[in-house]
Write a protein that binds this ligand. Structure first.
Ligand code: ADP
Ligand code: MG
Length: 348
């Protein structure tokens, strides 16, 4: 009988510099926590790459799946050519360079934008994928700087989801403002995760953990049984996924899931301190400043990762009360709000 290899996968939205940390100590330190349940599950193997500006890994259990996993990871390059904001040759960059012309776009780009723009309408612009210019001012992934009020004011004039027109029939997008920069960072990783899962399942993969910089998406349960399952206590066969405490290796909460996606948006990713003030990457569309509403993180469990990704950001910017109205539109999502005191509240 093979020894149990249970572990908790702590959700960590990591930059590349954290890759080693992601792969080694957190898994090892946490791996002891669930050994008591003593299940017999084949040893897992993990393949990791850096893409879409983050660390992406697939954990799989069946040796025969290795090729399919490698192919799925290789296909990330295709999605980078669509969604990347840093690659000047990407489809998104070409769209961002256009003004007042209907640009034909790929199905992938249109699908993501359509969902994002729908959520912008539903949140009255609190979720807004046109804040790219403002994000750039903070240079979160580079030198870090605090923009002046004047800079923010100037760029805020070139934001607003209503300045971008989506034409579904002709599958075109028209940007009405030359200075506006579309940034799909709040949703694209979820979409790519869904496509990867589809690809892996089509190749016969029955159990796996996809982790796109903290966007977790599961295939099956640990035994390869299909069907979505959720539990707040350990259950045989379910994957244990921790919600990260940025100050500790012990997760704030652990969910036990099969086949679901769990995505977290938090203030502790892509952030920096200046004069003891935290500047993080989730922005208030009205002011261009980081959202300060007492939340540390928002996690969303959903059957698809695009919804979980978009909603984690949207619910973060809305806060718990205002999220309730938005969440009425989504059946079967669970949302976990963690405030700065690390108190946890759930909407199910
Ligand atoms: P991560 O990039 O860590 O996965 P999120 O999914 O929460 O985190 O998305 C945050 C990203 O979304 C930011 O880095 C930025 O690109 C973009 N963004 C920031 N504020 C907003 C907002 N109010 N609405 C939509 N997108 C936003
Ligand atoms: Mg998101």
């Amino acid at each position: 009988m093979q020894r149990s290899r249970n572990k908790i996968t702590t959700i960590r939205k990591a930059g590349f510099r954290r890759a080693a940390f992601l792969l080694l100590p957190s898994f090892l330190l946490l791996s002891g926590l669930l050994l008591a349940s003593c299940e017999t599950v084949p040893a897992e193997k993990t393949r990791t790459v850096f893409a879409l500006n983050t660390v992406i890994s697939v954990t799989y259990y069946d040796g025969k799946d290795r090729e399919a996993v490698d192919r799925a990871l290789a296909s990330l390059a295709e999605y980078e050519r669509i969604f990347s904001r840093t690659d000047p040759e990407s489809e998104l960059s070409a769209l961002n360079a256009s003004t007042n012309i209907a640009v034909p776009v790929s199905e992938d780009l249109f699908t993501v934008m359509k969902t994002a723009w729908q959520i912008s309408e539903w949140t009255d612009g609190a979720f807004d994928c046109t804040l790219g210019g403002i994000s750039d001012l903070y240079d979160f992934t580079g030198t870090h700087r605090v923009p002046s009020d004047e800079e923010l004011e100037e760029l805020l004039a070139h934001t607003g989801y209503e300045k971008v027109v989506l034409d579904e029939e002709n599958r075109t997008v028209t940007k009405l403002d030359a200075g506006l920069k579309i940034d799909l960072g709040a949703i694209a990783k979820g979409y790519v995760a869904d496509r990867m899962k589809e690809e892996l399942m089509n190749a016969g993969v029955k159990r796996a953990i996809l982790n796109l910089g903290g966007n977790v998406l599961l295939i099956g349960d640990k035994y390869g049984a299909s069907g979505q399952q959720f539990s707040s206590s350990p259950q045989k066969g379910l994957f244990a996924i921790g919600i990260r405490d940025p100050e500790s290796e012990t997760p704030l909460a652990t969910l036990y899931l099969a086949d679901y996606s769990l995505v977290t948006s938090g203030t502790y990713e892509r952030c920096f301190y200046a004069e003891n003030v935290l500047y993080h990457h989730i922005l208030d569309a009205r002011t261009g400043r980081p959202v300060r509403n007492g939340l540390l993180s928002v996690s969303v469990v959903s059957s698809d990762s695009m919804t979980a990704d978009a909603l984690s950001t949207a619910c973060f910017v809305l806060g718990e009360e205002k999220s309730k109205e938005l969440l009425l539109r989504f059946s079967e999502v669970r949302v976990i709000f963690v405030n700065e005191e690390k108190q946890i509240r759930k909407i199910e």
